[in-house]
Design a protein. Sequence first.
Length: 186
Amino acid sequence: MSLHPEVKWAQRPDVVYLTVMLPDAKDAKVNLDPEGVFNFSASAGAGERHYELKLELQDKVNVEESKISTGVRSIFCILQKAEPKWWTKLLRGDGKAPHYVKVDWDKWVDEDDEPDAGPGDMDMNSMDFSKFGDMGGMGGDMAGMMGGMGGDDLDESDDEEQEVIKPSAKAVEAVDGKPKAEGEAA
């Protein structure tokens, strides 16, 4: 009987990231069909247990542009989508994904959080930034908003003219009871 390895996935509009989590996989074979069928088989672990996986992906993929890399702990695949669009889920069908297929939260990016949809792409040419100075009709006088909060005497600071005096060796000796030699730091 074959076992199923854990599979993590994430996507971008143009690619799907699949990571098959199988440490020390031997004889790993990956077959990717243009119709979006992903087949994997390998042996691993004590007793060379056999692992198999067949995933019917949401949509078609470009086999020639896809990349597969076998590492010590996992098999990492970058599957190029045939059409650049966000998939609603990884697998075809109406049912839930199998328990061994999980979202790769380390690579996950929401469609709304896509890097090229950041503030740099916002069109701000028609915005009048001079209107922000009056704080949306609240008035720009912050001092008027602070009424009754004290702080009226901000110009009168108590510690402006205090002189800092370094304690003498005798004063330090009186505190800790140890005599200090001449020139020794307190």
